[in-house]
Design a protein around this ligand. Structure first.
Ligand SMILES: [Zn+2]
Length: 311
């Protein structure tokens, strides 16, 4: 009898009307065991979404890679084909553009020379697009001769190249060495959108991207990105939750790299590279960031390369 009254009371608390609507329900007298956390619903294989605050900028995601395209009355500016090992991603990319516009695809801009972002561009080439990259990307691709990667048609040197199409301006900025030596960030100045690939993960610890990372120069590169006028950062890998970033995210990534660098520098100069550093150095401030466990060995090894070896 007593237990029935208790559970009745508990029900009353749980069903308490609006006066306490903002406060959490009281715990039941005999709480049920907590259910196991439901697994996050698996995101669909691909997704195209309009970037908030713009009329014509879209982010196209396929699995965990991401690209942007801009639709104008004179045609489309697309970016990284993201077709490494999956030509169907590029067919899908073109089909997604075709759902929005029948205007010609005029440009494909490469963020850098890595195949996981730029392989698979043939459907865009067949559609008549002009491929644009930094000169260094073409030099590297010309040596590698990857059968799945379209060589750029136009390249630029120097710090900036501007594409204008149908009233939209896209600025390509070369901000120096960072995750590669051929990285271009794409800025839409009117829309204040920045597409930056592989050296500015949003709210995450970097991982394999550290393998060929230029640690000192990357800090300057991020400072140059912070000095540009933008509000929305779209990364090349959407990561956990798939949110876009802000200047705060870029600043946080810079601070993370500076903290990691400073921590390893002390140990490296005490002769602790490689193994002791990789096993023992922790950055608890960042332990809650996604990718911490998997990414830290890459981060620590790269900074051991710098401070423990000199490269
Ligand atoms: Zn890359």
């Amino acid at each position: 009898m007593k237990s029935i009254r208790l559970s009745l009371l508990a029900s009353l608390f749980i069903l308490a009307p609006s006066a306490h609507a903002q406060t959490p329900a009281e715990p039941a007298a005999t709480p049920a065991p907590a259910p196991a956390a439901a697994p996050a619903p698996k995101p669909p294989m691909f997704e195209t979404k309009k970037v908030e605050g713009t009329d014509n900028v879209y982010a196209f995601r396929y699995q965990n890679s991401q690209s942007i395209f801009v639709v104008t009355p004179a045609g489309v500016i697309a970016t990284d084909p993201i077709g490494y090992g999956r030509p169907q991603a590029v067919e899908t990319y073109v089909a997604e553009i075709r759902k929005i516009t029948d205007k010609p695809i005029k440009y494909v801009v490469y963020s850098h020379h890595h195949f996981d972002h730029i392989a698979g561009g043939k459907p865009f080439k067949d559609a008549g697009a002009t491929f644009v990259s930094h000169k260094r990307a073409k030099e590297r691709l010309a040596v590698l001769k990857d059968p799945h990667t379209v060589l750029p048609d136009q390249t630029f040197t120097g710090k900036k190249h501007v594409i204008k199409l149908g009233g939209t301006t896209m600025e390509l900025h070369y901000v120096g060495l960072n995750h590669s030596d051929s990285t271009v960030v794409m800025l839409l100045p009117k829309e204040k959108v920045l597409f930056a690939v592989d050296f500015l993960p949003v709210g995450q610890i970097p991982g394999r991207g550290m393998i060929d990372f230029y640690p000192l120069e990357a800090e300057d590169s991020i400072k140059r990105v912070l000095a540009l006028d933008w509000q929305t950062l779209i990364p090349g890998h959407p990561g956990v939750g798939g949110r876009f970033g802000t200047k705060q995210d870029a600043q946080d990534q810079l601070t993370f790299l500076q903290d990691a660098s400073a921590a390893v520098k002390v140990e490296a100069q005490a002769g602790k590279c490689w193994d002791p550093v990789e096993k023992e150095v922790k950055l608890p401030k960042y332990a809650s960031w996604p990718g911490y466990e998997q990414g830290m060995p890459f981060v620590l090894r790269r900074y051991c390369g710098l401070w423990g070896r000199g490269t």
